[in-house]
Design a protein around this ligand. Structure first.
Ligand SMILES: Cc1ncc(C[n+]2csc(CCOP(=O)(O)OP(=O)(O)O)c2C)c(N)n1
Length: 574
């Protein structure tokens, strides 16, 4: 039976098990939108394509499934770029569908034409320009396979108008076979044995676990491995939740705003076991000074990540879950070797954590943002999903929220995209209708996609937005305070709107808290309300994120904030 390209596309998505997608229509997609109508696939209409991409990303990160986003040719497609780049940097599986002008018009500066394949080449794992209607089913199948296997990432399919309106038979191959694409899943057994030798030799080992642990579903294996060897564990931002924050071996996040104990442990270690992590510069600081005495084992599915930023002594290319399972299996036969040496290292490490834990002034009358996050962490259920924006709000969340389960923190790590958290929370809420989903936001970043209040109101999606309002682009203000003589150039948000009234204008419940004693009540009201809520908390404008490794310093060279600041208040500059 002949079908139109539009119908083939919809059938292909159904055959991939797609039940929800996020998109925005336009001229070249009219037929496709008609085919989607009554297709059984839920189509969510955010109010900006960037938000559609982040929503698909939030759906993917919270479930491990491939997220799907659709935009029209030209401006629709280019509006996706920040979302695609965000997903690419954090290895999130997406299939990105874009409309394109008809094949004979491509390259002719047609109305709403953009070379989206060219524009997105550096930020996609792979891309397809479909030139024949009969190829659609195969390409969709391949795209899902590529997006979700190996190191996951976004795959783009550009769909010209005539390919969508053309007719062909539905022809979906029985299996996927892509020449040149065979991700290496199993680690080399010789290399795996070398890891065990390194562990036996080490006196001061540390595990540095990244988002790869969560992506491969290896949290249980990591826990077993760490416990068996009694090796302390530090997480990257994207790794948080991959190891339980309440575990005695857990050191907290490492890096620029990481825990003192985590950075000192890495710095003094003689063996780093990097698992599903990529030695990002926010983690290493000055690479020349990073962990000067350590041998480095790196377990990662992506061969190109090995020795990219740091010289690796023992690489193991493979899926983290498989490699850890094999390490655990081999170790079962052996007697643990840690003994006294391991114990004395752990004691040493513990001293660092007692010396300088994350802290803030608890006695002040002002509302400290860290306090709000601590209270949320205590009041929210353990399986709540937290998304963040970017800036101080993100770092305080990483420091003060106790993530004990994988896929409970969704945050833009690699690209650091302000405006990510709210739409990502929408995607996560659609995927997890029964869970509490909270976006922890700054007053700056929430305004980057604030129009999505309309979307959560429309679908009565119970997303909660918690704005930590410090009347500044806080993270940038902090750098200006520290390194630019407190000259606050263009970081004061004097024109902030009345967020509660904005929420209400969209039909969303708004709550404002200005007094420390009302924080708990505000949070509880937010959590218990069964629809969408925006909670604005007025926090100390001058609070900083500490410790901090200044740019270019060694990760052991942290600066610490004053325990108490004088009470002089920052003025809002009109
Ligand atoms: C799209 C985008 N633009 C600019 C930046 C640079 N940037 C990083 S943090 C930050 C300030 C964020 O302010 P706010 O959202 O109020 O959060 P706070 O730091 O106060 O918690 C800026 C401008 C960014 N990360 N992303």
């Amino acid at each position: 039976m002949q079908m139109t390209g539009d119908q083939i596309l919809v059938q292909s998505l159904k055959d991939e098990g797609v039940d929800i997608m996020f998109g925005y229509p336009g001229g070249v997609l009219l037929g496709l939108y008609d085919a989607l109508f009554n297709s059984g696939i839920k189509h969510v209409l955010p109010k900006h394509e960037q938000a559609a991409a982040h929503a698909a990303d939030g759906y993917a990160r919270s479930t491990g499934k491939v997220g799907v986003v659709l935009a029209t040719s030209g401006p629709g497609a280019t509006n996706l770029i920040t979302g695609v780049a965000t997903a690419f940097m954090d290895s999130v599986p997406l299939v990105v569908l874009t409309g394109q002008v008809s094949t004979h018009m491509i390259g002719g500066d047609a109305f709403q034409e953009a070379d989206i394949i060219g524009i997105t080449r550096p930020i996609t794992k792979h891309s397809y320009l479909v030139t024949k209607t009969e190829d659609i089913a195969r390409i969709v199948q391949e795209a899902f396979h590529i997006a979700g296997t190996g190191r996951p990432g976004p795959v783009l399919i550009d769909l010209p108008k005539d390919v969508l309106t053309g007719k062909a038979k539905y022809n979906r191959p029985k299996s996927v076979n892509i020449r040149g694409y065979k991700p290496k899943v199993e680690g080399h057994s010789g290399q795996i044995k070398r890891v065990l030798t390194e562990i036996k030799k080490a006196k001061k080992a540390v595990i540095y676990a990244g988002g790869g642990v969560i992506l491969s579903g290896a949290s249980a294996e990591l826990l077993k491995f760490a416990e068996y060897n009694q090796i302390p564990v530090t997480n990257t931002l994207l790794g948080l939740g991959g190891f339980p924050a309440d575990h005695p071996l857990f050191l907290g996040m490492l890096g620029m705003h990481g825990a003192y104990v985590a950075n000192m442990t890495i710095h003094e270690s003689d063996l780093i076991l990097a698992i599903g992590a990529r030695f990002d510069d926010r983690v290493t600081g000055n690479v020349a000074k990073f962990a000067p005495n350590a041998r480095v084992v790196h377990i990662d599915i992506d061969p190109s990540a090995i020795s990219k930023n740091i010289v690796v002594h023992v690489p193991v290319v493979g899926d983290v879950k498989g490699v850890l399972t094999e390490l655990n299996r081999l170790q079962k036969k052996e007697e643990p070797v840690w003994g006294e040496i391991r114990q004395s290292w752990l004691d040493h490490v513990r001293r660092w954590s007692e010396e300088r834990p994350f802290s803030y002034d608890k006695d002040t009358k002002q509302i400290k943002p860290q306090y709000v996050i601590e209270r949320l962490s205590e009041l929210a259920p353990k399986d709540a999903i937290i998304t963040t924006e970017v800036g101080q709000n993100q770092m305080w969340t990483a420091q003060f929220y106790n993530f004990t389960k994988p896929r409970t923190l969704l945050s833009s790590g690699g690209l650091g995209t302000m405006g990510y958290g709210f739409p990502a929370a929408m995607g996560a809420q659609f995927a997890n209708p029964d869970k509490l989903v909270v976006d922890i936001a700054g007053d700056g970043s929430i305004q980057m996609n604030i129009q999505e209040l309309a979307t959560i109101a429309q679908y009565n999606l119970p997303v909660k937005i918690l704005i930590l309002n410090n009347c500044f682009l806080g993270m940038v203000r902090q750098w200006q305070e520290l390194f630019y003589g407190a000259r606050y150039s263009s970081t004061c948000l004097a024109s902030n709107p009345d967020f509660v009234r904005i929420a209400e204008a969209y039909g969303v419940k708004g709550i404002k808290v200005e007094d420390k004693k009302d924080v708990d009540a505000g949070l509880i009201e937010m959590i218990n309300h069964d629809g969408p809520v925006l909670l604005e908390v007025m926090v100390d404008r001058e609070e900083g994120v500490y410790p901090m490794v200044p740019a270019g310093a060694a990760s052991s060279d942290m600066i610490f904030g004053p325990n108490k600041k004088d009470t002089k208040k920052l003025k809002v500059v009109k």
